[in-house]
Ligand binder design. Structure first.
Ligand code: URA
Length: 242
């Protein structure tokens, strides 16, 4: 693949900008400054640097972000900064089918919700993770305003009716993890689902953290606000039933 095409595919700007970056000596591949935008490289496994910042080539982007509280999952946030501001520019500018789109959050978390957020530019993967038919389990750690009672746990397991659907929704799993905390596993991703289910069961969500999707846990060493590429073993966990 040409050096300028490598940069373009990774979100470093238009083809012209990418050719300019190479011609002006901003790009090193294999430790050497590349001068010819047309020079060819094998992109798989390639690490190059632009102005001294190392960048891994990824054909498709699959990321995990530990979402901090006070951030919105929207590209056009209304109140808080967007989670996309936590990512380096190229991840927000990767081309996709002719348009500059960058990675997309896979499902949304509320502004005050923390934890595991996946992002990708692979439409098939995004669909696979969000399709209601796939029933990918999502695990939430919930802090509640009032003490958790066995009756509330039973209600959440049996199913509660939310205001937008007469059909009850139930937690795939629910357990009290403390006096005022719950672990809830959901197979759907309805709007404010945890908060509405907990309210319908007679309590109130004070804090909400997503800890797991499928068999993939939020990496313990990923601090709030940090992201990393998903590795092949992570993707395997995400594709497997937990
Ligand atoms: N359910 C909610 O209520 N909020 C979230 O952010 C995620 C699930």
């Amino acid at each position: 693949m040409r050096a300028d095409d490598i940069l373009f595919s990774q979100g470093f700007g238009t083809r012209r900008i990418c050719a300019g970056l190479v011609e002006q000596g901003h790009v090193r591949i294999g430790g050497r400054v590349v001068e010819d935008p047309a020079q060819e490289f094998e992109p798989q496994g390639l690490v190059f640097d632009v102005d001294g910042v190392a960048w891994e080539f990824h054909d498709k982007a699959y990321l995990v972000l530990n979402k901090p509280a006070g951030t919105e999952c929207s590209q056009k946030p209304s109140t808080y900064p967007s989670v996309y501001t936590l990512l380096p520019g190229p991840l927000r500018q990767r081309p996709n089918k002719g348009a500059v789109q960058g990675v997309q959050a896979i499902g949304r978390l509320d502004a005050d919700t923390t934890g595991l957020l996946l992002l990708s530019d692979d439409g098939v993967f995004i669909h696979r993770m969000t399709s209601p038919k796939r029933h990918v389990p999502k695990v939430y750690e919930v802090g509640t305003k009032h003490p958790v009672t066995p009756a509330q746990v039973t209600k959440l397991q049996a199913g509660v009716v939310l205001d937008d659907d007469p059909k009850p929704v139930r937690a795939a799993a629910c357990e009290a993890t403390g006096d005022q905390s719950l672990r809830l596993t959901l197979l759907e991703g309805k709007y404010h689902q945890v908060k509405r289910m907990v309210a319908a069961a007679g309590n109130r969500v004070e804090t909400l953290h997503r800890s797991r999707i499928g068999a993939f846990e939020l990496p313990a060493d990923l601090a709030p606000g940090q992201w990393r590429w998903l590795r092949p073993d992570d993707l395997l966990l995400l594709s497997r039933a937990p």
